[in-house]
Design a protein around this ligand. Structure first.
Ligand SMILES: [Zn+2]
Length: 416
Protein backbone atom coordinates (compact mmCIF):
# COMPACT_ATOMS: atom_id res chain seq x y z
CA UNK A 1 0.00 0.00 0.00
CA UNK A 2 2.77 2.35 1.03
CA UNK A 3 4.82 1.40 -2.09
CA UNK A 4 1.83 2.08 -4.36
CA UNK A 5 1.35 5.45 -2.68
CA UNK A 6 5.02 6.29 -3.24
CA UNK A 7 4.78 5.33 -6.95
CA UNK A 8 1.70 7.49 -7.34
CA UNK A 9 3.46 10.49 -5.75
CA UNK A 10 6.56 10.00 -7.96
CA UNK A 11 4.39 9.68 -11.11
CA UNK A 12 2.45 12.81 -10.21
CA UNK A 13 5.60 14.81 -9.51
CA UNK A 14 7.22 13.51 -12.77
CA UNK A 15 4.17 14.48 -14.84
CA UNK A 16 4.09 17.92 -13.21
CA UNK A 17 7.81 18.44 -13.93
CA UNK A 18 7.34 17.34 -17.58
CA UNK A 19 4.38 19.65 -18.09
CA UNK A 20 6.33 22.47 -16.50
CA UNK A 21 9.32 21.71 -18.75
CA UNK A 22 7.24 21.53 -21.99
CA UNK A 23 5.42 24.72 -21.12
CA UNK A 24 8.60 26.63 -20.35
CA UNK A 25 8.55 29.94 -22.05
CA UNK A 26 11.62 31.23 -23.79
CA UNK A 27 14.04 30.70 -26.72
CA UNK A 28 17.76 30.06 -27.32
CA UNK A 29 19.58 31.85 -30.16
CA UNK A 30 22.67 30.23 -31.58
CA UNK A 31 24.72 32.40 -33.95
CA UNK A 32 27.86 31.62 -35.91
CA UNK A 33 28.78 34.37 -38.38
CA UNK A 34 25.90 34.82 -40.79
CA UNK A 35 24.32 31.57 -39.70
CA UNK A 36 21.75 31.67 -36.92
CA UNK A 37 19.22 29.31 -35.40
CA UNK A 38 16.56 29.91 -32.80
CA UNK A 39 15.28 27.05 -30.63
CA UNK A 40 12.59 27.24 -28.06
CA UNK A 41 13.88 26.56 -24.55
CA UNK A 42 12.49 23.01 -23.95
CA UNK A 43 13.93 21.73 -27.26
CA UNK A 44 17.32 23.36 -26.56
CA UNK A 45 17.45 21.83 -23.06
CA UNK A 46 16.45 18.39 -24.40
CA UNK A 47 19.15 18.60 -27.10
CA UNK A 48 21.74 19.55 -24.44
CA UNK A 49 20.68 16.59 -22.31
CA UNK A 50 21.06 14.21 -25.27
CA UNK A 51 24.56 15.58 -26.09
CA UNK A 52 25.65 15.20 -22.42
CA UNK A 53 24.28 11.62 -22.28
CA UNK A 54 26.10 10.63 -25.52
CA UNK A 55 29.36 12.11 -24.23
CA UNK A 56 28.97 10.29 -20.93
CA UNK A 57 28.35 6.94 -22.65
CA UNK A 58 31.41 7.50 -24.83
CA UNK A 59 33.66 8.27 -21.83
CA UNK A 60 32.41 5.19 -19.94
CA UNK A 61 32.94 2.92 -22.95
CA UNK A 62 36.43 4.27 -23.50
CA UNK A 63 37.35 3.66 -19.85
CA UNK A 64 35.99 0.10 -19.90
CA UNK A 65 37.92 -0.69 -23.10
CA UNK A 66 41.23 0.65 -21.80
CA UNK A 67 40.84 -1.29 -18.49
CA UNK A 68 39.99 -4.53 -20.23
CA UNK A 69 43.54 -5.93 -20.83
CA UNK A 70 44.61 -5.17 -17.26
CA UNK A 71 41.47 -6.80 -15.93
CA UNK A 72 42.12 -9.85 -18.07
CA UNK A 73 45.69 -10.03 -16.81
CA UNK A 74 44.53 -9.75 -13.19
CA UNK A 75 42.01 -12.55 -13.74
CA UNK A 76 44.70 -14.74 -15.31
CA UNK A 77 47.06 -14.04 -12.42
CA UNK A 78 44.31 -14.96 -9.94
CA UNK A 79 43.66 -18.20 -11.80
CA UNK A 80 47.41 -18.93 -11.89
CA UNK A 81 47.75 -18.25 -8.18
CA UNK A 82 44.85 -20.53 -7.33
CA UNK A 83 46.23 -23.31 -9.56
CA UNK A 84 49.74 -22.73 -8.23
CA UNK A 85 48.52 -23.03 -4.64
CA UNK A 86 46.81 -26.30 -5.51
CA UNK A 87 50.08 -27.52 -7.04
CA UNK A 88 51.96 -26.53 -3.85
CA UNK A 89 49.48 -28.52 -1.78
CA UNK A 90 50.04 -31.53 -4.05
CA UNK A 91 53.82 -31.08 -3.65
CA UNK A 92 53.49 -31.14 0.14
CA UNK A 93 51.28 -34.21 0.02
CA UNK A 94 53.69 -35.99 -2.36
CA UNK A 95 56.67 -35.12 -0.16
CA UNK A 96 54.86 -36.43 2.90
CA UNK A 97 53.99 -39.61 0.99
CA UNK A 98 57.61 -40.06 -0.14
CA UNK A 99 56.71 -39.64 -3.85
CA UNK A 100 59.74 -37.67 -5.09
CA UNK A 101 58.89 -37.98 -8.79
CA UNK A 102 55.33 -36.67 -8.36
CA UNK A 103 56.53 -33.88 -6.07
CA UNK A 104 59.07 -32.76 -8.69
CA UNK A 105 56.44 -32.61 -11.46
CA UNK A 106 54.07 -30.60 -9.27
CA UNK A 107 56.74 -28.25 -8.01
CA UNK A 108 57.79 -27.53 -11.63
CA UNK A 109 54.18 -26.67 -12.43
CA UNK A 110 53.90 -24.47 -9.33
CA UNK A 111 57.09 -22.63 -10.31
CA UNK A 112 55.74 -21.96 -13.81
CA UNK A 113 52.54 -20.57 -12.29
CA UNK A 114 53.94 -18.70 -9.28
CA UNK A 115 57.56 -17.98 -10.19
CA UNK A 116 60.70 -18.88 -8.23
CA UNK A 117 59.60 -17.93 -4.72
CA UNK A 118 61.89 -18.97 -1.84
CA UNK A 119 59.27 -21.49 -0.65
CA UNK A 120 59.14 -23.11 -4.10
CA UNK A 121 62.94 -23.22 -4.40
CA UNK A 122 63.06 -24.97 -1.05
CA UNK A 123 60.37 -27.43 -2.10
CA UNK A 124 62.23 -27.99 -5.39
CA UNK A 125 65.35 -28.91 -3.45
CA UNK A 126 63.46 -31.23 -1.09
CA UNK A 127 61.65 -32.94 -3.97
CA UNK A 128 64.93 -33.39 -5.89
CA UNK A 129 66.59 -34.89 -2.80
CA UNK A 130 63.68 -37.26 -2.31
CA UNK A 131 63.96 -38.27 -5.94
CA UNK A 132 67.70 -38.91 -5.54
CA UNK A 133 68.79 -35.96 -7.67
CA UNK A 134 71.39 -34.34 -5.41
CA UNK A 135 72.63 -32.13 -8.23
CA UNK A 136 69.16 -30.67 -8.79
CA UNK A 137 68.79 -30.13 -5.04
CA UNK A 138 72.14 -28.39 -4.92
CA UNK A 139 71.17 -26.02 -7.75
CA UNK A 140 67.97 -25.09 -5.88
CA UNK A 141 69.83 -24.57 -2.59
CA UNK A 142 72.42 -22.42 -4.39
CA UNK A 143 69.63 -20.30 -5.90
CA UNK A 144 68.20 -19.87 -2.39
CA UNK A 145 71.60 -18.98 -0.94
CA UNK A 146 71.98 -16.18 -3.51
CA UNK A 147 68.96 -14.36 -2.11
CA UNK A 148 69.59 -12.18 0.87
CA UNK A 149 66.29 -12.90 2.65
CA UNK A 150 66.60 -16.70 2.47
CA UNK A 151 70.37 -17.16 2.38
CA UNK A 152 70.23 -19.16 5.61
CA UNK A 153 67.86 -21.75 4.10
CA UNK A 154 70.10 -22.25 1.06
CA UNK A 155 73.30 -22.55 3.08
CA UNK A 156 71.60 -24.92 5.52
CA UNK A 157 70.60 -27.26 2.69
CA UNK A 158 74.07 -27.09 1.14
CA UNK A 159 75.66 -27.88 4.51
CA UNK A 160 73.41 -30.90 4.98
CA UNK A 161 74.48 -32.14 1.55
CA UNK A 162 78.18 -31.57 2.29
CA UNK A 163 77.87 -33.50 5.57
CA UNK A 164 76.07 -36.35 3.80
CA UNK A 165 78.85 -36.42 1.16
CA UNK A 166 81.46 -36.26 3.96
CA UNK A 167 82.99 -33.29 2.14
CA UNK A 168 84.38 -31.81 5.37
CA UNK A 169 86.27 -28.86 3.87
CA UNK A 170 83.15 -27.63 2.12
CA UNK A 171 81.03 -28.34 5.21
CA UNK A 172 83.40 -26.29 7.36
CA UNK A 173 83.34 -23.28 5.03
CA UNK A 174 79.52 -23.47 4.75
CA UNK A 175 79.19 -23.68 8.53
CA UNK A 176 81.39 -20.59 8.86
CA UNK A 177 79.15 -18.76 6.34
CA UNK A 178 76.07 -19.84 8.28
CA UNK A 179 77.57 -18.61 11.53
CA UNK A 180 78.04 -15.20 9.89
CA UNK A 181 74.46 -15.19 8.56
CA UNK A 182 72.77 -16.26 11.80
CA UNK A 183 75.29 -16.04 14.64
CA UNK A 184 72.65 -16.70 17.32
CA UNK A 185 70.97 -19.72 15.69
CA UNK A 186 71.18 -22.73 18.01
CA UNK A 187 71.05 -25.08 15.03
CA UNK A 188 74.20 -23.53 13.51
CA UNK A 189 76.08 -23.87 16.78
CA UNK A 190 75.00 -27.47 17.21
CA UNK A 191 75.91 -28.30 13.60
CA UNK A 192 79.35 -26.67 13.94
CA UNK A 193 79.95 -28.57 17.18
CA UNK A 194 79.02 -31.86 15.50
CA UNK A 195 81.27 -31.01 12.56
CA UNK A 196 84.20 -30.22 14.86
CA UNK A 197 83.73 -33.58 16.61
CA UNK A 198 83.52 -35.49 13.33
CA UNK A 199 86.61 -33.83 11.90
CA UNK A 200 88.41 -34.13 15.27
CA UNK A 201 88.95 -30.40 15.42
CA UNK A 202 89.11 -30.56 19.22
CA UNK A 203 89.83 -26.89 19.82
CA UNK A 204 86.72 -25.83 17.95
CA UNK A 205 84.74 -28.64 19.58
CA UNK A 206 85.84 -27.26 22.96
CA UNK A 207 84.83 -23.71 22.02
CA UNK A 208 81.39 -24.90 20.91
CA UNK A 209 80.80 -27.44 23.71
CA UNK A 210 78.19 -26.39 26.23
CA UNK A 211 78.80 -26.41 29.96
CA UNK A 212 77.61 -30.00 30.17
CA UNK A 213 80.08 -31.17 27.48
CA UNK A 214 83.20 -33.25 28.21
CA UNK A 215 85.33 -30.11 28.56
CA UNK A 216 88.32 -31.75 30.29
CA UNK A 217 88.58 -34.42 27.60
CA UNK A 218 88.14 -31.97 24.72
CA UNK A 219 90.65 -29.50 26.17
CA UNK A 220 93.24 -32.23 26.67
CA UNK A 221 92.62 -33.63 23.17
CA UNK A 222 93.07 -30.07 21.79
CA UNK A 223 96.30 -29.71 23.81
CA UNK A 224 97.66 -32.87 22.19
CA UNK A 225 96.93 -31.41 18.74
CA UNK A 226 98.55 -28.08 19.60
CA UNK A 227 102.03 -27.43 18.15
CA UNK A 228 102.66 -24.31 20.25
CA UNK A 229 103.78 -25.40 23.80
CA UNK A 230 102.33 -22.24 25.41
CA UNK A 231 98.91 -22.85 23.89
CA UNK A 232 99.13 -26.55 24.80
CA UNK A 233 99.93 -25.61 28.42
CA UNK A 234 96.87 -23.31 28.59
CA UNK A 235 94.63 -26.05 27.21
CA UNK A 236 95.95 -28.59 29.74
CA UNK A 237 95.33 -26.09 32.53
CA UNK A 238 91.79 -25.68 31.25
CA UNK A 239 91.36 -29.47 31.18
CA UNK A 240 92.55 -29.75 34.78
CA UNK A 241 90.29 -26.87 35.85
CA UNK A 242 87.34 -28.63 34.22
CA UNK A 243 88.12 -31.98 35.94
CA UNK A 244 91.21 -32.44 38.07
CA UNK A 245 90.37 -36.15 38.36
CA UNK A 246 90.89 -36.66 34.62
CA UNK A 247 94.26 -38.44 34.93
CA UNK A 248 95.78 -37.92 31.42
CA UNK A 249 95.55 -34.11 31.73
CA UNK A 250 96.81 -34.07 35.32
CA UNK A 251 99.75 -36.35 34.41
CA UNK A 252 100.72 -34.28 31.39
CA UNK A 253 100.48 -30.96 33.22
CA UNK A 254 102.44 -32.36 36.21
CA UNK A 255 105.18 -33.45 33.83
CA UNK A 256 105.34 -29.93 32.38
CA UNK A 257 105.51 -28.45 35.89
CA UNK A 258 108.35 -30.79 36.85
CA UNK A 259 110.25 -29.91 33.69
CA UNK A 260 109.74 -26.22 34.43
CA UNK A 261 111.25 -26.72 37.91
CA UNK A 262 108.04 -26.82 39.99
CA UNK A 263 108.09 -30.32 41.59
CA UNK A 264 105.96 -29.25 44.59
CA UNK A 265 103.22 -27.85 42.37
CA UNK A 266 103.39 -31.04 40.29
CA UNK A 267 102.99 -33.18 43.43
CA UNK A 268 100.11 -31.09 44.75
CA UNK A 269 98.32 -31.36 41.41
CA UNK A 270 98.79 -35.14 41.24
CA UNK A 271 97.64 -35.59 44.84
CA UNK A 272 94.52 -33.51 44.16
CA UNK A 273 93.82 -35.53 41.02
CA UNK A 274 94.24 -38.82 42.90
CA UNK A 275 91.89 -37.63 45.66
CA UNK A 276 89.21 -36.84 43.09
CA UNK A 277 89.61 -40.04 41.06
CA UNK A 278 92.16 -42.64 42.29
CA UNK A 279 94.21 -43.76 39.30
CA UNK A 280 97.29 -46.05 39.46
CA UNK A 281 99.18 -44.01 36.85
CA UNK A 282 98.75 -40.86 38.93
CA UNK A 283 99.94 -42.74 42.02
CA UNK A 284 102.96 -44.05 40.08
CA UNK A 285 103.80 -40.49 38.96
CA UNK A 286 103.60 -39.29 42.58
CA UNK A 287 105.94 -42.08 43.74
CA UNK A 288 108.36 -41.82 40.83
CA UNK A 289 110.80 -39.30 42.39
CA UNK A 290 110.99 -41.25 45.71
CA UNK A 291 113.26 -44.34 45.93
CA UNK A 292 113.37 -45.13 49.67
CA UNK A 293 110.69 -47.67 50.74
CA UNK A 294 109.89 -45.97 54.07
CA UNK A 295 109.60 -42.57 52.41
CA UNK A 296 107.38 -44.06 49.70
CA UNK A 297 105.08 -45.54 52.35
CA UNK A 298 104.82 -42.15 54.10
CA UNK A 299 104.02 -40.47 50.78
CA UNK A 300 101.40 -43.14 49.96
CA UNK A 301 99.75 -42.72 53.37
CA UNK A 302 99.68 -39.00 52.73
CA UNK A 303 98.09 -38.92 49.29
CA UNK A 304 95.66 -41.83 49.82
CA UNK A 305 94.19 -40.15 52.89
CA UNK A 306 91.57 -38.36 50.79
CA UNK A 307 90.35 -41.72 49.38
CA UNK A 308 91.38 -43.99 52.20
CA UNK A 309 88.89 -46.86 51.61
CA UNK A 310 89.12 -46.85 47.84
CA UNK A 311 90.32 -50.25 46.46
CA UNK A 312 93.09 -48.49 44.52
CA UNK A 313 94.34 -46.85 47.75
CA UNK A 314 94.27 -50.18 49.59
CA UNK A 315 96.25 -51.82 46.78
CA UNK A 316 98.86 -49.04 46.66
CA UNK A 317 99.26 -48.99 50.46
CA UNK A 318 99.58 -52.80 50.55
CA UNK A 319 102.34 -52.66 47.92
CA UNK A 320 104.16 -49.87 49.82
CA UNK A 321 103.76 -51.79 53.12
CA UNK A 322 105.17 -54.95 51.58
CA UNK A 323 108.12 -53.03 50.13
CA UNK A 324 108.71 -51.46 53.57
CA UNK A 325 108.63 -54.91 55.24
CA UNK A 326 105.13 -54.57 56.80
CA UNK A 327 103.51 -57.74 55.43
CA UNK A 328 100.84 -57.92 58.18
CA UNK A 329 99.53 -54.48 57.39
CA UNK A 330 99.66 -55.26 53.68
CA UNK A 331 97.54 -58.36 54.29
CA UNK A 332 95.00 -56.39 56.33
CA UNK A 333 94.61 -53.81 53.58
CA UNK A 334 94.05 -56.48 50.92
CA UNK A 335 91.68 -58.57 53.05
CA UNK A 336 89.65 -55.43 53.77
CA UNK A 337 89.22 -54.90 50.01
CA UNK A 338 88.23 -58.59 49.65
CA UNK A 339 85.73 -58.24 52.50
CA UNK A 340 83.91 -55.23 51.04
CA UNK A 341 83.81 -56.80 47.56
CA UNK A 342 85.88 -54.07 45.90
CA UNK A 343 89.00 -56.22 45.32
CA UNK A 344 90.01 -57.12 41.77
CA UNK A 345 92.59 -59.53 40.32
CA UNK A 346 95.51 -57.31 41.39
CA UNK A 347 94.50 -57.42 45.08
CA UNK A 348 94.22 -61.21 45.07
CA UNK A 349 97.56 -61.61 43.25
CA UNK A 350 99.30 -59.31 45.76
CA UNK A 351 97.72 -61.26 48.62
CA UNK A 352 99.63 -64.33 47.41
CA UNK A 353 102.79 -62.29 48.00
CA UNK A 354 101.65 -60.86 51.37
CA UNK A 355 100.33 -64.21 52.60
CA UNK A 356 102.81 -66.80 51.19
CA UNK A 357 101.40 -69.62 53.38
CA UNK A 358 98.13 -69.52 51.38
CA UNK A 359 99.72 -68.51 48.06
CA UNK A 360 98.21 -71.43 46.12
CA UNK A 361 94.69 -70.52 47.28
CA UNK A 362 95.14 -66.85 46.32
CA UNK A 363 96.60 -67.73 42.92
CA UNK A 364 93.55 -69.92 42.25
CA UNK A 365 91.19 -67.15 43.36
CA UNK A 366 93.00 -64.55 41.21
CA UNK A 367 91.95 -66.50 38.08
CA UNK A 368 88.27 -65.85 38.80
CA UNK A 369 88.57 -62.39 40.35
CA UNK A 370 87.22 -59.25 38.70
CA UNK A 371 89.27 -57.46 36.07
CA UNK A 372 91.36 -54.47 37.02
CA UNK A 373 89.88 -51.05 36.26
CA UNK A 374 90.74 -49.54 32.90
CA UNK A 375 89.75 -47.08 30.19
CA UNK A 376 86.22 -47.98 29.15
CA UNK A 377 83.67 -46.46 26.83
CA UNK A 378 80.62 -45.64 28.95
CA UNK A 379 78.51 -45.82 25.80
CA UNK A 380 79.40 -49.26 24.38
CA UNK A 381 81.70 -50.82 26.98
CA UNK A 382 84.78 -51.13 24.70
CA UNK A 383 88.05 -51.18 26.68
CA UNK A 384 91.32 -49.44 25.84
CA UNK A 385 94.90 -49.67 27.05
CA UNK A 386 95.06 -45.87 27.10
CA UNK A 387 92.66 -42.95 26.97
CA UNK A 388 91.33 -41.72 23.59
CA UNK A 389 89.03 -38.78 22.89
CA UNK A 390 86.84 -40.87 20.57
CA UNK A 391 85.69 -44.47 20.98
CA UNK A 392 86.88 -46.41 17.92
CA UNK A 393 84.11 -48.91 18.49
CA UNK A 394 81.01 -46.69 18.64
CA UNK A 395 82.41 -43.29 17.54
CA UNK A 396 81.21 -41.46 20.67
CA UNK A 397 83.41 -38.59 21.85
CA UNK A 398 84.31 -37.95 25.50
CA UNK A 399 82.84 -41.17 26.85
CA UNK A 400 86.04 -43.14 27.59
CA UNK A 401 86.46 -43.01 31.37
CA UNK A 402 88.67 -44.74 33.90
CA UNK A 403 86.37 -47.24 35.55
CA UNK A 404 86.11 -50.60 37.23
CA UNK A 405 85.11 -53.58 35.12
CA UNK A 406 81.46 -54.44 35.02
CA UNK A 407 81.32 -57.55 37.14
CA UNK A 408 80.03 -60.55 35.22
CA UNK A 409 79.30 -58.42 32.11
CA UNK A 410 80.61 -59.19 28.64
CA UNK A 411 83.34 -56.86 27.45
CA UNK A 412 84.15 -55.50 24.03
CA UNK A 413 87.84 -55.25 23.34
CA UNK A 414 88.52 -52.38 20.97
CA UNK A 415 91.76 -51.77 19.12
CA UNK A 416 93.70 -49.15 21.06
ZN1 LIG B 1 82.07 -46.78 22.57
Amino acid sequence: MRAALKTLIVLALGTAALLWFVNLDGAVDIRAGAWAITLNLPVALAALLVVVAVLLIFVLLYGALTRLPRRMRTRQAERDRAEGEHAVTRVLVSLAAGRGDVARGEVGRARRLLGDTPQLLLLTAEAARLDGDERGARAAFEALAEREECRFLGLRGLLRQAVADEDWDRARSLAAELAKTEPQAAWVREERAQLALRTENWREALELAGKGGPRAQLAFAAARQEADPEAALKLEQEAVRADVGFAPAALSLAQRLRKAGHPKRARALLAESYGKSPNPEVAAALLEPVADAAARLRLVEDFTRSAVRHPESRLIRARACLDAGQADRARQELLAAMADGSADRRHVALLAEADPDNAARWHAEAATAADAPGWRCAHCGATYAEWHPRCASCGTVGEIHWSAAARGGAEVQAAA
